[in-house]
Design a binder for this molecule. Structure first.
Ligand SMILES: Nc1ncnc2c1ncn2[C@@H]1O[C@H](COP(=O)(O)OP(=O)(O)O)[C@@H](O)[C@H]1O
Ligand SMILES: [Mg+2]
Length: 485
């Protein structure tokens, strides 16, 4: 055996790396990730659409020394398997180069640290000419030539990126100006959404002098948005947090809010999970096929927060544009969705308000006030159903839900009306106490066998029909609660 080095051929590999599938907005978002990881609080994007457009992305982050910048320019500068700072948005050590050069043929970076400016460039045509991984390095004098480079003078530390020769845009259109402008506006929308939580927390991102406003997909500051209880679960000791939201009914929203949501006609398509990795939105508007994108669910959105330490489970790709979901996490997420979706359904279909009852009792048939009258629906919160849902598989929950929907829809309103009018409805006899108790015990046996919270269930049953209608049953439940507490 003997060893032989097998170095990749630079011109071909660097060209292949351009085809990872970055879109214009996702490429620039990847550069902004780097600025955020570098603790920048102000990022400036400058660009001028023309027949030969350019773009500058400037940040006041920690900057890089010459050696650090050289490392950063190297393809695969970091090992994807390395443990990262918990707020690091990077992973593969490729974004800076691959994202930039997916859109253009020349990337120049100048960075300032310890009062020194260092500058390097990857130039595709130069790599082809040399047939090797050769960087261009610039002297201070040469660096001064670059457009808007003077911004580096105004900060203690920071990084300047210049993208030039946007060949992808040039190839795709005869009207570069218009296409580039469209790219800029798509990019602005993308940034406003993907980084909205950083923007809310004080990060400034400016495009040609104008601040980009964050787009909160949950309208969480709107008082009419229903914010559901946050829940969380652990995967390999790492916490995943879910927070469901139900958007206000569309008729209650101002144009400004509708714009934030991406326009009225897109709202249905944007329902679903919103998955954030370290507060950076990665994937959104999908139920991962756990649920249909139903008209009825269109107001439901679930915020999911995952730490970057779980990257290996989520199969984050280099562009950070897809994240696939392991089965073990699906079920937990679905339970959070179940409630949101159902509630959203109520907001949408019934557009009504629940009739209040005096005693804090969970009735089985809820009366919902509609614009022109009332509707009766089965209360999904009763413990009889909760008990089932808690131990069912997602597919079974869907079946149960369709069954209940069917029952609600088939509610014989007209027949009932006629029968009541004729006085031919027979009042049901109150059941024997022992029968009611036995029925409750069947359910409580299940609670116990599944290790669910006994007292919590007894308390819920005590305030739910039909049990709340029997004093004797309530007394017995009270005793059970005392015995178990
Ligand atoms: N704007 C920036 N400011 C400071 N350091 C940066 C900046 N951009 C990139 N870097 C450095 O370059 C490295 C490589 O970046 P990149 O190719 O995007 O890969 P990754 O983000 O996965 O580490 C980063 O890990 C970081 O150390
Ligand atoms: Mg990066």
């Amino acid at each position: 055996m003997y060893e032989q080095n097998c170095v990749p051929f630079a011109p071909s590999l660097i060209e292949s790396m351009r085809s990872l599938g970055y879109s214009f907005p996702s490429a620039i978002a990847d550069l902004i990730d780097n600025s955020i990881s570098a603790k920048a609080d102000e990022i400036t994007i400058l660009s001028e659409p023309s027949v030969d457009p350019w773009m500058v992305i400037f940040d006041n982050g920690c900057g890089m020394s010459k050696d650090e910048l050289y490392e950063a320019m190297r393809y695969g500068s970091k090992n994807p398997l390395d443990k990262r700072e918990c707020d690091d948005l990077g992973r593969f050590g490729l974004g800076l180069k691959a994202a930039s050069l997916s859109q253009c043929r020349r990337l120049v970076i100048a960075s300032k640290k310890d009062n020194k400016i260092s500058a390097y460039s990857w130039d595709l045509d130069f790599v082809i000419e040399k047939g090797a991984w050769v960087l261009k390095c610039f002297s201070d004098e040469e660096t001064k030539e670059y457009i808007h480079i003077e911004m580096l003078d105004k900060v203690k530390t920071g990084t300047y990126i210049l993208l030039e020769n946007f060949d992808r845009v040039k190839e795709s259109t005869a009207d570069i100006n218009t296409t580039f402008n469209k790219n800029l506006s798509d990019m602005e929308n993308h940034i406003a959404l993907v980084f909205h939580r950083f923007i809310e927390e004080g990060l400034t991102i400016k495009l040609n002098g104008m601040k980009i406003e964050g787009r909160d997909p949950f309208l969480s500051t709107n008082p009419a948005t229903q914010k559901k209880r946050e829940s969380s679960f652990y995967v390999n000791n790492e916490k995943i947090t879910l927070k469901p939201y139900v958007l206000p009914h569309l008729s209650k929203l101002k144009q400004e809010d509708l714009d934030k949501l991406g326009g009225k006609e897109h709202i249905r398509n944007e329902q679903g999970f919103y998955v954030y990795r370290n507060k950076r939105l990665i994937i959104w508007g999908t139920w991962f096929r756990l649920e249909r994108k139903d008209e009825l669910n269109k107001l439901a959105r679930v915020r999911v927060d995952i730490p970057n330490s779980l990257d290996y489970m989520w199969a984050i790709d280099i562009k950070k544009s897809t994240a696939s979901l392991p089965d073990m996490i699906k079920k937990n997420m679905f339970n959070a969705v179940y409630e949101t979706v159902l509630n959203s359904e109520k907001v949408y279909t019934y557009r009504g308000r629940k009739e209040k009852n005096d005693k804090n009792i969970e009735v089985i048939w809820e009366k919902i006030k509609m614009r022109d009258g009332y509707k009766y629906v089965v209360n999904r919160k009763i413990p009889q159903l909760k008990l089932l849902v808690e131990t069912m598989e997602p597919e079974q929950i869907k079946l149960l839900d369709s069954a209940i929907n069917g029952i609600e829809e088939a509610f014989p309103v007209n027949a009932l009306y006629v029968d009541v009018a004729k006085g031919t409805i027979e009042e049901r006899d109150k059941k024997e106490i022992e029968d009611v108790w036995e029925e409750l015990q069947i359910q409580m046996d299940y609670v116990k066998s599944k290790g669910l919270h006994i007292v919590e269930y007894y308390k819920a049953f005590m305030n739910t029909e039909p049990y709340c209608n029997y004093d004797e049953i309530k007394k017995r439940i009270q005793k059970e609660i005392e015995n178990n507490e």
